[in-house]
Design a protein around this ligand. Structure first.
Ligand code: GDD
Ligand code: MN
Length: 354
C-alpha cells in the first residue's frame, strides 16, 4: 500500500481538489491519503467530510502544535503503507508523479525516489528570484550535511518524495521547521536514491506559508542534525582544537616576546607552531578514523586550506568593515566564523578524504 502524507495549514480551497485528483490518479492502486492538519480555518471540517465520504482518506488535526516537518513525521507514525509519499496540498507537486515515483521505485529497485526540479527535464516554475536564491543556498548547505554518497542529490530540500518504510524503520525523527526530506535522508537509512525530473507547478489556491522564520528554522535544523550525527561530532572537535591552538599560540607568543624575539617574528613562529599542533591533533583525534593518504599530503592540504582560510577571514572582515560598516571586532569575529566553516568543510572533504 502507498501512504500519501499531506501536511496542511489553512488549505480550505485546496484539499478537496487534492483528494479528488489523487483518487483519479491512483485508481487501481492500493493507497491511503493522510492529511496532517494544523489549520485555524475550516480545513479540518472539510477533511472530516472527505474522510467520511472516502475510506482511503484519513486525517489528523493537531490543536496545539504547528510545523510542516513535525506534521509529516506524525503522518509517518500513523501511516500503514509499505511505501510512503510526502506531497504538498496545493497541487504544486503534480499528483501524477506519484505513479511515476512508484514505478521508478520498483523498476530501479530503489528505496528512495525524489522528484527533482533541478535535473534535466525538471523545472522550478513556482519560484520568484528571491526564493530561487534562497533555495539555491539552502540546497548547497543542506548537501554538505548528507553522507558523501548522497551528495549528488540535486533537490534535497523539496517537499515531495517517496520511500520504502524500511528507510525509517526504528528511526526517531526530530525535525525542526520545514525540511522533512533532509531529516529522512540524514537520519534514515536510504541505500539507493533515484531522482526523476518534475515541473514545480503554480499554487492552486491560497498563499505560500514560507517565511523568514522557517529559513532560520532550517539553520537550526541543520545544526541539530550536525550535532546528532556521530560523524559530525567532528565539527565540535575541530572547533575545540582550533581554540586550543589559540591558547598554544598565545603562550608561545608571550614567551618568545619576553625572550626577545621581537613582536613580528614571535607572532609568526607561534602561529606556525599553533597550526602544526592543530594539524597533529586533528589528524589524531578529529579525523583519526580517516587515514589512507600519506601524512605529508594531508599536512600540505591542511596548510593550503588554512592559508585560503586566512584569505577568506580577511576578505570577509574587510568587506564587512568597509562596505557594511560593521564594528571592527564584530567584523573579525564573523570573518573567523566564516573561515572556520570553510576550513572544516574543505578539510573534511579534501584533506581527510574518505
Ligand atoms: N501541518 C502543517 N503545519 N502543514 C503546513 C504548515 C504547518 O505549520 N506550514 C505549511 N504547511 C503545508 C502547506 O499547507 C502545504 O500543503 C505545504 O505544507 C507546503 O507549504 P507551502 O506554503 O505551499 O510551501 P511552498 O510552496 O512555499 O514550498 C514548498 O515547496 C518547496 C519546493 O518543493 C515546500 O514543500 C518547501 O519545503 C519546498 O522546498
Ligand atoms: Mn506550495
Amino acid at each position: 500500500m502507498i501512504s500519501i502524507v499531506v501536511p496542511t495549514y489553512n488549505e480550505k480551497d485546496n484539499v478537496r481538489s487534492v483528494a479528488e485528483i489523487i483518487k483519479q490518479t491512483l485508481c487501481g492502486h492500493d493507497y491511503e491519503l493522510i492529511f496532517v492538519d494544523d489549520s485555524t480555518d475550516e480545513t479540518p471540517l472539510i477533511l472530516e467530510q472527505l474522510s467520511e465520504a472516502d475510506e482511503a482518506v484519513r486525517y489528523l488535526h493537531r490543536d496545539r502544535e504547528r510545523g510542516l516537518a513535525t506534521a509529516v513525521a506524525r503522518g509517518f507514525e500513523i501511516s500503514r503503507g509499505d511505501v510512503v509519499t510526502v506531497m504538498d496540498a496545493d497541487l504544486q507537486h503534480p499528483p501524477a508523479m506519484i505513479v511515476t515515483m512508484y514505478e521508478t521505485l520498483k523498476q530501479a529497485d530503489a528505496d528512495f525516489v525524489i522528484p527533482s526540479r533541478f535535473v534535466c527535464g525538471g523545472d522550478d516554475g513556482g519560484l520568484n528570484i528571491y526564493r530561487k536564491m534562497v533555495s539555491f543556498v539552502a540546497r548547497y548547505v543542506g548537501k554538505l550535511l548528507l553522507p558523501v554518497s548522497l551528495r549528488k542529490i540535486s533537490d534535497p530540500t523539496g517537499g515531495f518524495f517517496m520511500f520504502r518504510r524500511e528507510v525509517i524503520h526504528e528511526i526517531e525523527l526530530k525535525p525542526v521547521g520545514w525540511k522533512i526530506l533532509i531529516e529522512v535522508l540524514v537520519r534514515g537509512t536510504p541505500t539507493k536514491v533515484v531522482e526523476v525530473p518534475y515541473r514545480f507547478q503554480p499554487r492552486n489556491a491560497g498563499q505560500s506559508k514560507m517565511s523568514t522564520k522557517e529559513q532560520i528554522n532550517y539553520v537550526r535544523h541543520l545544526l541539530k542534525l550536525l550535532k546528532d550525527s556521530p560523524s559530525d561530532r567532528r565539527l565540535y572537535l575541530f572547533c575545540l582544537i582550533g581554540f586550543s591552538g589559540v591558547i598554544v599560540n598565545m603562550i608561545l607568543y608571550s614567551i618568545l616576546v619576553r625572550v626577545g624575539f621581537g613582536v613580528p617574528l614571535s607572532g609568526c613562529i607561534s602561529a606556525a607552531f599553533a597550526m602544526a599542533s592543530n594539524f597533529a591533533l586533528n589528524d589524531r583525534v578529529t579525523w583519526a578514523d580517516v587515514k589512507g593518504k600519506r601524512l605529508i599530503e594531508r599536512a600540505i592540504k591542511y596548510v593550503l586550506t588554512s592559508v585560503a582560510g586566512i584569505g577568506i577571514s580577511t576578505g570577509t572582515l574587510t568587506l564587512l568593515y568597509y562596505d557594511a560598516h560593521v564594528h571592527y571586532l564584530d567584523s573579525n569575529l564573523i570573518g573567523i566564523s566564516v573561515a572556520t566553516v570553510w576550513n572544516f568543510i574543505v578539510n573534511n572533504i579534501w584533506t581527510w578524504r574518505r
